[in-house]
Design a binder for this molecule. Structure first.
Ligand code: DC
Length: 218
């Protein structure tokens, strides 16, 4: 069974790399960050504080998350509603980072991720795939890039969408999320000891994909 784990901080291009790998190998891609975003969407819609375990935990029994694939594209349904269009909104990044620190949320989503990974050859990206979700993954990668380089890439992306956000604002957001994700008590962002480190600061996305495929082929 092919289980490829790609972990790393926000905005490093994990999803671009993971999607390209899935396409080249003809396997499915699971964006686990989108699952935390969907959980945040659900909790916010219910009026809960996404930082508060005592408010979020009791709601989780009502959360039915379903991942479907059509033409290689992942769609997330929350209680039957396609929530995919809302997940990349700017405020959802912070809400997802906050809710992902809650143990009850992690337990639920990790179980779902493990069940999906058992069902098919798959590449997953996230923060804890190689350390917690699939410690026995057949291949593990930890992708990094300097925060300033990540902010620069994100700025280009957001400017193309017409946003007038500044470089300084994006950099501050990225540094804050890096700190949150790597300092939380449960499953912090961390390179697995046996993961291959890929630093993409001076690489194009294509070069990063080739580097990962090169290791898989070995
Ligand atoms: O990759 P992303 O930006 O879509 O992830 C959103 C948030 O979810 C991010 O702040 C960290 C969290 N996350 C996590 O804790 N574990 C994962 N496996 C994936 C994402």
């Amino acid at each position: 069974m092919l289980n490829i784990a790609i972990d790393g901080p926000s905005g490093v291009g994990k999803s671009t790399i993971a999607k390209a790998i899935a396409k080249r190998l003809g396997i499915i891609y699971l964006d686990t960050g989108a699952m935390y975003r969907a959980a945040a969407y659900f909790a916010l819609k219910k009026g809960a504080d996404v930082n508060d375990e005592s408010q979020v935990k009791p709601l989780l029994s009502e959360l039915n998350m379903e991942i479907r694939y059509a033409g290689g594209v992942q769609t997330i349904y929350v209680n039957g509603e396609d929530v995919t269009p809302y997940l990349r909104e700017h405020h959802m990044s912070k809400a997802a980072s906050d809710i992902s620190a809650l143990p009850s949320v992690r337990i639920k989503l990790v179980e779902l991720q493990q069940a999906i990974a058992r069902s098919a050859d798959i590449v997953l990206d996230g923060r804890d795939i190689g350390t917690v979700v699939l410690p026995n993954a057949s291949h593990k990668f930890f992708v990094t890039a300097d925060a300033a380089e990540r902010a620069k890439r994100r700025l280009i992306e957001l400017r193309e969408k017409g946003s007038d956000i500044t470089f300084a604002e994006i950099l501050k957001d990225i540094e804050k999320r890096d700190y949150n994700d790597s300092h939380r008590a449960h499953s912090p962002l961390k390179k697995a000891d046996d993961a291959v480190l890929i630093d993409t600061t001076n690489m194009t996305a294509e070069q990063a994909v080739e580097a990962v495929l090169g290791y898989i082929a070995r």
